[in-house]
Design a protein around this ligand. Structure first.
Ligand SMILES: Cc1cc2nc3c(=O)[nH]c(=O)nc-3n(C[C@H](O)[C@H](O)[C@H](O)COP(=O)(O)OP(=O)(O)OC[C@H]3O[C@@H](n4cnc5c(N)ncnc54)[C@H](O)[C@@H]3O)c2cc1C
Length: 227
């Protein structure tokens, strides 16, 4: 299935660079661009790794993905978004699908889908592109919310920094399935082994106490919560 409606049906392979070449646990690596798109489409939270004043910072933040571009945003005062404009950053997106509980502690693992994107982000200054990027981010978090909520004012837009990061250099890793010691000598231990799946789901929307009773949960949020 195509992960993004604006992407062509046939996706290229991910180019391998010195940075993205899978070295350890290579069997979990994927070069399928569709896997990258699917990992990015399945979330809205990433970790942005940057160097600020000589110290590595890994900052949790939301993102939006539109075709070949990943958008990150925040305050113009945010140090992680205003680090050296020529420096390469690394963004990771991780989904945990379960704990792999093996017979031996050594063989324990995690079922997951994860992506790492490297690049020098571009600061978006054009107000049209800035709005489009913020729309992408907002819609990735809560589909339908951009058209429902008030859009950013000129002042709010000026107070917001938007970075665009190309997906040209990215890697993906995926693990699924049972533990790997079912065929080895530890199978004789008679211990339970398997996978403890992890599922995330939304709860019931909690109205702001400041709301008046005539304002109902909008359909796009009710639909999203029921997913
Ligand atoms: C939720 C979760 C928990 C994990 N727990 C552990 C753990 O406890 N111990 C452990 O050894 N490993 C764990 N891993 C796997 C870990 O992320 C690395 O893939 C692995 O440790 C190899 O790391 P390395 O430093 O040797 O990278 P290398 O193999 O040297 O990495 C080479 C390149 O491969 C790509 N790459 C590496 N890892 C990933 C990834 N996860 N996703 C996308 N691209 C990647 C990057 O582009 C990287 O530059 C976990 C992964 C996830 C998602």
């Amino acid at each position: 299935m195509n992960a993004h409606p604006r992407l062509p049906a046939t996706r290229p392979r991910l180019p391998v660079t010195d940075r993205t070449r899978h070295r350890r646990l290579r069997e979990q690596g994927s070069l399928d661009r569709a896997d990258l798109d699917a990992v990015l489409a399945a979330g809205f939270l990433c970790h942005l790794g940057v160097t600020v004043d000589g110290t590595v910072m890994v900052v949790p933040t939301v993102y939006g993905c539109d075709g070949d571009t990943l958008y990150l945003h925040g305050s113009v005062a945010s140090r992680s978004l205003a680090a050296d404009p020529d420096a390469t950053v690394c963004v990771t997106v991780t989904h945990v699908d379960g704990l792999v509980l093996a017979r031996s502690v050594f063989e324990h693992g995690v079922n997951y889908r994860s992506a790492m994107v490297y690049g020098v982000p571009r600061a978006v200054t054009d107000s049209e592109e800035k709005l489009a990027g913020l729309r992408c981010l907002t819609e990735q978090c809560t589909p339908g919310q951009w058209d429902y909520a008030r859009r950013p004012s000129r002042k709010e837009l000026a107070a917001t920094r938007l970075l665009a990061l190309s997906l040209d250099e990215a890697s993906v890793k995926l693990r699924s399935g049972p533990p790997e010691d079912g065929e080895g000598p530890d199978a004789e231990l008679g211990l339970w082994a398997g996978v403890l799946p992890l599922h995330s789901s939304w709860g019931t929307p909690e109205p702001d106490p400041a709301l008046t009773e005539d304002i109902a949960v909008p359909p796009h949020i009710a639909r999203y919560a029921a997913r």
